[in-house]
Design a protein around this ligand. Structure first.
Ligand code: GLY
Length: 412
């Protein structure tokens, strides 16, 4: 056995032991996730939400404040607009319920307006088109969805700056905050749309853009301990990196939890698409930086470095994004012990999220409580938010699918 493999094996065993200790230290249900029951819970909440909202309009449910049980609704232009149709597609995929499919079709079509040339948009076009139209195409095979998703990718690619080598995230911040070419960590998620479009359309340049974005981000947007800067600022003309700072974290030098979760998810996806092991090794480092900072229940506070941490709000959206990412990372690992380690960590997260403390249950019709959207700006704090729910149902879907694959390969 090569030395590297032995080191990995020992790390894996140590990590599994650590993980198991944490498991017994709280009220999680144990290792295995009751995925059938958890998906049934999601289906029930989806049906309840559909009864509550006006189904023939293009207003979409975004969040529910702490003390309320009413959805704050939003339109197709909001950055979160893809998550509700995406939740419906996953729910339809899991249940085969045709009435949910009809709703998924309706809300997905609402997002076609994003192609309107008068709407410039920003990097969020990736979230918006991928969660809605790409899921719709993956599940139905209908070429209409593919056509719209490819047009969405064209629109996203227009934000790529070849001098910098990344996609511009927020054009409006150039004026508002004096940030020239800015790239936020969340933008790693939008590479999924470009990679998908490179495989499904004619523009192979999209692959090069997505890979370049990942490489430049890897070079500049992380500290030596593999925690991320939420925002990287580059000189638009020379392409030089200027500085790292935050928009939604506690401070420029702190580690905003959801940003780290976006990074783990993003670099795992880049490894899936490129097969380049450099990205796999990098995703491992990011995951380890996240996992070693978690509280016992594996659901992070909104920022890992916020002062008086135990009295800060949690962020289930980071936990859901990270659980989904770790399941994929586990499935792509080239080291069995590490694969097991990430799988168990994801199970721990999903079991925590299924506990009464994190579930809405009868109180509200979303899936999860205790998400934090934007603490510095003071909104959606300790709330239910549609992207937490989207990545939660995606993680459950991945768990179900990957567990079946693992069981089949063990039998062979
Ligand atoms: N992409 C915005 C956020 O994560 O809050």
């Amino acid at each position: 056995m090569k030395i590297r493999n032995i080191i990995f094996l020992l790390m894996g065993i140590a990590c599994i032991m650590l993980c198991s200790c944490k498991l017994s230290a709280n009220d999680c249900k144990g290792n295995s996730v009751d995925v059938v029951a958890d998906l049934a819970y999601c289906h029930n909440q989806v049906k309840r939400t559909l009864q509550l909202i006006e189904n023939d309009s293009c207003m979409l449910p975004r969040s529910i404040n702490t003390m309320s049980d009413k959805w704050n609704m939003t339109n197709a232009y909001d950055w979160t607009s893809g998550f509700w149709p995406g939740i419906l597609w996953y729910d339809y995929e899991n249940t085969g319920d045709e009435s949910v499919k009809k709703e998924a079709e309706h809300y997905t079509n609402c997002l076609a307006d994003l192609l309107n040339p008068e709407h410039r948009g920003d990097h969020d076009l990736g979230f918006q088109f991928f969660c809605s139209f790409v899921n719709a195409y993956r599940i139905t095979g209908d070429p209409y969805y593919k056509k719209i998703a490819l047009a969405g990718a064209d629109k996203l690619a227009a934000f790529f700056n070849p001098k910098v080598g990344t996609i511009l995230s927020w054009p409006h911040m150039e004026k508002e905050k004096g940030w020239p070419h800015n790239t936020i960590m969340d933008n790693m998620m939008n590479l999924d749309l470009l990679f998908w479009a490179a495989r499904n359309g004619n523009n192979k340049d999209f692959y090069r853009m997505a890979e370049s974005h990942a490489r430049v981000t890897m070079q500049h947007q992380f500290r030596p301990d593999y925690t991320n800067y939420h925002v990287a600022i580059y000189d638009t003309v020379s392409g030089n990196f200027i500085k790292g700072l935050t928009n939604q974290g506690y401070s420029d030098e702190s580690c905003w939890s959801r940003g780290q979760a976006w990074a783990i998810y993003g670099f795992t996806m880049v490894y899936r698409e490129t097969g380049n092991k450099e990205y796999l090794r990098f995703a491992e480092k990011l995951a380890d930086a996240y996992l070693t900072r978690l509280p016992d229940d594996y659901v992070p506070y909104w920022d890992f470095d916020a002062p008086d941490i135990q009295n800060q709000p949690k962020d289930v959206s980071a936990a859901a994004v990270c659980a989904s990412a770790l399941l994929e990372l586990s499935s792509l690992e080239d080291n069995k012990a590490m694969s097991e380690y990430y799988w168990q960590a994801a199970e721990h997260m999903l079991n925590s999220l299924a506990s009464d403390y994190y579930r809405c249950g009868n109180q509200k019709t979303a899936f999860l409580l205790h998400a934090t959207g934007n603490m510095p700006a003071g909104y959606e704090i300790d709330a239910s938010i549609n992207y937490a729910d989207y990545y939660y149902i995606e993680a459950l879907h991945r768990y179900k699918t990957l567990k079946r694959i693992n069981t089949l390969s063990e039998k062979q």
